[in-house]
Design a binder for this molecule. Structure first.
Ligand code: ADP
Length: 195
């Protein structure tokens, strides 16, 4: 089974495009969502997170206190790195097991930091969803009810689009000019036929 990584900067429409693939019957592994789930439920991972951030990083209902965690790692990049070093391998292992339960010709692995995390190297093919920055800003302002400045700051924190373009095998232009569904259908056809 072909493993296909799919990514895109904030507001590129990555999630929307993945939902279209799902409608075509493609299994989509949502890494960020799975990571959150594992941090809440995986006993080994929970233990390791506790050992770094203390027992009270978990709330009384067993869920991870994300607000507290975000506040701690915000100004301490080394702790964020340590957290990622725990979470990424756990998600990768879970993904491998998940793949074995799938029967489709290919699966999508949706990840916000596909290239940055090194995950792209574990995929057979990598896809970038992209859109011009002004469109991405307008979409996120409308979606999240945040200011354009906040969105710009988040964009500045991500790998530049040109770099991602160079690393991707396929690109979906979600720029409100080129129709997106025909691009998805064409790529789906190619990925089904991929050897
Ligand atoms: P990402 O996951 O890349 O941050 P989303 O898929 O959530 O982006 O898309 C951002 C916002 O833009 C969402 O509200 C979505 O509905 C909207 N959007 C995405 N693609 C399009 C499109 N082609 N046309 C219109 N709206 C779009």
């Amino acid at each position: 089974m072909l493993k296909v990584g799919i990514t895109g900067g904030i507001g590129s429409g990555k999630s929307t495009i993945c939902r279209i693939f799902e409608m075509l019957g493609v299994p989509v592994f949502q890494a960020d969502q799975e990571a959150k789930h594992l941090m809440d439920t995986d006993p080994e991972l929970r233990g390791k997170i506790r050992s770094i951030f203390g027992d009270d990083i978990y709330l009384s209902n067993q869920a991870l206190d994300r607000k507290k965690l975000a506040a701690i790692v915000f100004n301490q990049p080394h702790l964020l790195q340590q957290l990622n070093e725990l979470v990424h391998p756990a998600v990768r292992e879970y993904f491998s097991g998940w793949c074995q339960t799938q029967t489709a010709p290919y699966v999508l692995h949706e990840a916000a930091i596909l290239f940055e995390s090194g995950l792209a190297k574990l995929m057979d093919v990598n896809v970038l969803v992209t859109a011009p920055e002004d469109i991405r800003i307008a979409r996120v302002v409308a979606r999240d009810k945040v200011s354009g400045e906040e969105v710009k700051a988040r964009i500045r924190n991500q790998m530049p689009e040109d770099e991602k373009r160079n690393l991707a095998d396929y690109i979906i232009e979600n720029d409100d000019r080129k129709l997106v569904i025909p691009q998805v259908l064409e790529l789906d056809k190619k990925l089904r036929a991929h050897d």
